[in-house]
Ligand binder design. Structure first.
Ligand code: SF4
Length: 401
């Protein structure tokens, strides 16, 4: 039996959590952020674009970090297109559209991590279009020596702290930052539990559900998100076991612009259990804990976590390490049958990386296929057929050939 898209089961113990997750994720006017500001008068909400921004840094000075993933498939682009040429990805246009139509008014500032030229240019546009709001580029180091890249990164984090303090954030207190790091580690342990359940019993947790549950972390405080994830995991464990004749796949390439939820569900209904992915990579970018003892400098701890535990991704320099080795290792670890590359159209980092990753998979004899999407893609029939053919081929012959 293969998954087919079905109406929600009213008896599903996880349904209430999933319904709340869907409401939070679909609310592109960020009502949850406005409610947080009402509960926390005078505090700042700071948005950030995908990939990696150290959220504890912001929570450590009393700010709410808010992940901004563009407009998805719910926003008509009216003004956003006029700022960009046609041959780039979709997320910067829809993010600008959200800002121009007032959806991001609850945010007091935006951080733009260094992932690609598009995001760099967007940070400049933001400064020109919204001079009253804080906007800063976060230049993540590509040198991983603590004395070089590490010092640079700590100096950049200190600059952001100074900037935000000047705009009304709480004064930097190392003890408070250490507490925020502990909370982040605890939340990430909950996310790791969710991931493990998906790997071991994918029939209990679909990727599309894990996606929604993880994404609520973009607007919730860390401790609340941890409770939310744990509530979902507990409910998912109560679900009756079912066995599907699906193939186990990893999805790679969607670390910035996000695929529409319908696309993820389409892959599932085409017979794929997505047991690992790089959706919303920023929430999981650091592998393992951010190590920070009671007397450690928490800024150095954040820096060391980035230098030593950052995931291999298209926006990260990997020096002499073999390109694709981390992907092959991940395939082995989650016992996947194959890989689906799903990159946003015109996403240079993902699409330039992909041939090297495909070569590594070929060497390791791991089947793979690839597709492209835009966050507002609405037609999935072709993708359903492609993914269905891939899963059938892998099931029958153990390869995509
Ligand atoms: S989708 Fe790709 S090209 Fe577009 S902003 Fe994100 S990383 Fe850059």
């Amino acid at each position: 039996m293969s998954h087919a898209e079905v109406a929600p089961n009213p008896q599903d113990p996880a349904l209430p959590v999933l319904e709340r997750a869907r409401r939070l994720v679909d609310d592109l006017r960020f009502g949850e952020v406005s409610r947080w500001k009402e509960r926390n008068p005078g505090k700042l909400a700071i948005g950030y674009m995908p990939i990696y921004v150290p959220r504890p840094l912001l929570e450590g000075i009393g700010c709410l970090p808010v992940a901004v993933f563009g407009g998805g498939d719910q926003v008509d682009i009216i003004k956003g297109d006029s700022f960009y040429q046609s041959y780039i990805c979709h997320i910067p246009r829809s993010t600008l559209e959200l800002a121009l139509n007032g959806s991001l008014d609850s945010l007091d500032g935006m951080l733009f991590p260094s992932i690609c030229d598009v995001i760099r240019n967007l940070s400049g546009m933001w400064q020109m279009l919204f001079p009253e709001k804080y906007a800063s580029y976060v230049d993540l180091p590509q040198n991983f020596d603590p004395e070089l890249g590490g010092r640079f990164y700590v100096l950049d984090l200190q600059r952001i702290l100074r900037d935000l303090e000047a705009r009304g954030a709480a004064k930097y207190d190392p003890e408070r930052l250490r507490a925020a790091i502990r909370a982040e580690n605890s939340r990430r342990a909950a996310l790791a539990e969710l991931d493990l359940l998906r790997v071991k019993e994918p029939f209990r947790v679909r990727a599309s559900e894990a996606y929604l549950v993880a994404r609520t972390g973009g607007v919730l405080e860390t401790a609340e998100h941890e409770r939310f994830v744990r509530e979902f995991v507990a409910a998912a464990r109560e679900r009756a076991p079912r066995v599907y004749d699906n193939v186990r796949v990893l999805v790679r390439g969607s670390f910035c612009e996000q695929p529409p939820l319908g696309l993820i569900k389409t892959l599932e209904s085409a017979g794929c259990d997505i047991v690992d992915d790089d959706f919303q990579l920023g929430l999981r970018y650091i592998e393992g804990d951010i190590e920070c003892g009671p007397s450690d400098d928490p800024l150095v701890a954040l820096s060391n976590a980035f230098l030593r535990r950052g995931q291999a991704t298209a926006s990260r320099y990997i020096g002499d390490e073999e390109k694709g080795a981390a992907l092959v290792k991940s395939v082995r670890e989650v016992e996947a049958d194959g890989v689906i590359f799903a990159a946003a159209s015109f996403c240079d980092p993902a699409l330039l990386d992909q041939p090297m990753l495909e070569t590594a998979l070929d060497r390791a004899k791991i089947p793979h296929t690839s597709l492209k999407f835009a966050e507002n893609t609405g037609q999935f029939q072709v993708i359903r057929e492609q993914a269905g053919a891939f899963s059938d081929a892998v099931k029958l012959w153990g390869s995509a050939a």
